[in-house]
Design a protein around this ligand. Structure first.
Ligand code: PAF
Length: 301
């Protein structure tokens, strides 16, 4: 595995691979790698000749009161994990390399980025889209892998790829959970044992909603209420939002009439956690772009 810290080195290394006709996959990360990231890397390994992972804790996507400084970092361990997964190139730029002095250019994703996470974390998605666009420009991948845990991020990245004509595929990879259901997240490291136990309400409540929908409940607002009440009623949980949304527009639904997502965010102490599940109506013609691995609403098996 080769490690590069400058964009120029990455361009040179990948230029040679591309001239040899090799396909390139990108797995962007902020490090503190866990099983969810490794699943992205394994999916990338299956789909491309050259796998590039980036590790960059992007200051632009953290609000002033958020955890940029405290965000877990362990470069040595991350590099070992990536090498063990047969990653070819790891890109670990500095803040100065990604944001040259005086740089002001940003990628504004539009209205969809003002919903949900965007409402709770103003400017977050501008920071995400700006850094993702820079990574796409540097690496020029044929395909990039993003986890469904950050479902809104996945949908927004697909939009910028479409809107800015990046001409690459965005593959969504299903959430990886611990045995007890907790979605893997680098921020789980902030949880005390009590908070971790309380946080299981997220996956439990989402699963209850998913089951009610597949049993025929069509009242999306009632399902969202159920989700909200379950989470808000848990001690140590501070609910941020709970909703049933259209899986492409992310707009809140009143009635379930197509593929949707149940989404939830809550704080447990200093850990702000998000989680979601697909809500598919039984017998629905869910849009599958299975072969390409790029369905927005459902990720193919
Ligand atoms: O999902 C993440 O870890 C980050 O938002 C990403 C995509 C690496 C951009 O910094």
């Amino acid at each position: 595995m080769e490690r590069f810290v400058s964009a120029e080195e990455v361009r040179q290394a990948l230029g040679a691979a591309r001239r040899d006709g090799k396909s390139v996959a990108l797995v962007p990360t902020m490090g503190a790698l866990h099983g969810g990231h490794l699943t992205l890397v394994r999916a990338a390994r299956k789909r491309a000749d050259v796998v590039v992972a980036s590790i960059f804790v992007n200051p632009a996507q953290f609000g002033p009161d958020e955890d940029f400084e405290a965000y877990p970092r362990d470069m040595t361990r991350d590099l070992e994990l990536l090498a063990a997964e047969d990653v070819d190139v790891v890109f670990t730029p500095t803040v100065e390399a990604m944001y040259p002095l005086g740089s002001e250019t940003v990628v504004e994703p539009g209205t969809i980025a003002t919903l949900w996470e965007g409402e709770s974390r103003p400017g977050h998605f501008t920071g995400v889209c700006t850094v993702v666009a820079k990574l796409f420009d540097i690496v020029q991948p044929d395909i990039a892998f993003f986890g469904e845990k950050d479902y809104q991020q996945l949908v927004i990245v697909r939009r910028i790829v479409r809107d800015l004509h990046y001409g690459l595929r965005v593959a969504g990879v299903p959430i990886v959970r611990d045995r007890d259901g907790l979605a893997l997240s680098s921020r789980n490291a902030y949880l005390s044992p009590e908070q971790r136990a309380a946080a299981l309400v997220l996956s439990r409540a989402l699963e209850a909603v998913r089951q009610q929908a597949s049993a025929g409940e069509r009242d999306a607002l009632a399902l969202a209420r159920l989700l909200a009440e379950e989470v808000a009623g848990t001690s140590l949980a501070e609910l941020d939002y709970a909703a049933i949304v259209d899986c492409e527009t992310l707009e809140q639904l009143d009635v379930l009439d197509g593929p949707a997502r149940a989404i939830v965010a809550a704080r447990f102490g200093r850990a702000r956690l998000i989680d979601n599940v697909p809500i598919a109506l039984a017998g629905d013609a869910v849009r599958h772009l299975a072969a390409a691995g790029e369905a927005t609403c459902e990720t193919p098996a």
